[in-house]
Structure formats: C-alpha cells, structure tokens
Design a protein around this ligand. Structure first.
Ligand code: SF4
Length: 97
C-alpha cells in the first residue's frame, strides 16, 4: 500500500524508537524547528484550549512547565551559577518520571 502524501515514511513506533529524537526524525514526524521555550509555550497553548489568557491564568503550579509558560526563561539570570535546590546536572532523563 502506498503511503499518503503527508504520512511519515516510518510508523509512530519507529519514530519514537529514535532516542534521543534527532532533527531528522522530528521533521519526519511533522515538527518545525523551534526553541524549547517556544515548544513549552505551544504546549501550554494546547493545554489551555488555545486561549493565551488561560495560559496566563494557569494555576497548575506543580506542572513542570508552569515557570516557563510565558515563553520566558525565569532562571536566565542563574545560568552558569550553581543550583540552589535539588535538580540534576545530568543531561539524560534518569530520575524523570
Ligand atoms: S503550565 Fe499550565 S498551561 Fe502549561 S502545560 Fe502546565 S498545566 Fe498546562
């Protein structure tokens, strides 16, 4: 069976098996290049029924994205300084639920 025009060449399972995701696999899955902050903003927009004022009003303060939902990096001034609480310096996803 021929693939549809916009259908990825690989299945979702095959795309998801590429770890970590590469630019190529992201493009194949239909994603445009964007910064992590823009991705977070887009996720919050989706989560808030596509209404930006709802993103601003979000009270889910335990959500890991909450500090970033304005599309600004709230810890930017701390870059290069030692973390003051918790966190991990590892680049992998160990310990992330
Ligand atoms: S911060 Fe709020 S709007 Fe953004 S993903 Fe979390 S719950 Fe949704």
């Amino acid at each position: 069976m021929d693939k549809l025009k916009n259908e990825p060449a690989r299945t979702r399972t095959e795309l998801a098996a590429v770890w970590p995701p590469t630019a190529e696999v992201a493009r194949e899955a239909g994603h445009e290049p964007m910064s992590p902050l823009k991705a977070i903003r887009a996720k919050c927009y989706d989560c808030s029924y596509f209404q930006y004022h709802e993103v601003r009003l979000c009270e889910a303060i335990n959500c890991a994205l909450w500090p970033f939902r304005a599309g600004k990096h709230p810890y930017h001034h701390l870059v290069g300084k030692a973390p003051t609480t918790g966190g991990s310096s590892k680049d992998d996803d160990e310990g992330v639920p």
